[in-house]
Design a protein around this ligand. Structure first.
Ligand SMILES: [Fe+2]
Length: 210
């Protein structure tokens, strides 16, 4: 039988990211949106197990998109919660918490500021719902890249160092249509310690267990 996924608790309080992300957004985003992806993923995996037992190929094909969307939603949000941290904590200080990653970013983009400008260009260039990611490629001596994914498509072939949710549900209650402000504020709550862990050891090697 397929395993049951459950909502991972946030590693901080719902109001811990204020003023960058409001308590109200965090509560709804975590308890409603993320939980719905998990509920739907579990249902799709149960249906898949039944379809496998009965060799129901049309149903197996039909379920692929549901598993991709809801499984991606679960993975992406689990990564996202862990790559955020309360503003003002040591974790949000790139120099103290991510010296290796900071050096790699500076080598590729010239400075952290130029990197953030490039990343925000990707975030604001997203059409519709999606995510922005800093990824580490498995080849090319671990070169970094800024990529976006549509809807809930997850990063599967590279290491997701950190991600930023650009769905409207991530910011609209607080920032309405001003997603540029959200994209500016999010940098105050990026957890550079987790980013450094994923940069050096991958997601499996980090303290996040999916
Ligand atoms: Fe989200």
């Amino acid at each position: 039988m397929a395993g049951k996924f459950t909502l991972p608790p946030l590693p901080y309080a719902y109001d811990a990211l204020e003023p960058s992300i409001s308590k109200q957004i965090m509560e709804i985003h975590h308890q409603k949106h993320h939980q719905t992806y998990i509920t739907n993923l579990n249902a799709a995996l149960d249906a898949q197990a039944n379809a496998l037992q009965t060799n129901n190929v049309p149903q197996l094909i039909n379920l692929q998109q549901k598993i991709k969307f809801n499984g991606g939603g679960h993975i992406n949000h689990s990564l996202f919660w862990a790559n955020l941290a309360p503003y003002g904590s040591d974790y949000t200080n790139i120099a103290r918490s991510a010296p290796g990653l900071k050096a790699a970013i500076e080598a590729q983009w010239g400075s952290v500021k130029q990197f953030i400008d490039a990343f925000n260009g990707v975030l604001l260039g997203l059409q519709g719902s999606g995510w922005g990611w800093l990824v580490r490629n498995p080849g090319e001596e671990g070169k970094l890249a800024i990529v976006s994914t549509k809807d809930q498509d997850p990063v599967t072939e590279q290491v997701p160092v950190f991600g930023v949710d650009m769905w409207e549900h991530a910011y609209y209650l607080q920032y309405t249509n001003n997603k540029a402000s959200y994209a500016t504020e999010i940098w105050k709550v990026i957890n550079w310690k987790i980013a450094e862990e994923r940069f050096t050891g991958g997601v499996v090697g980090s303290s996040l267990k999916l």
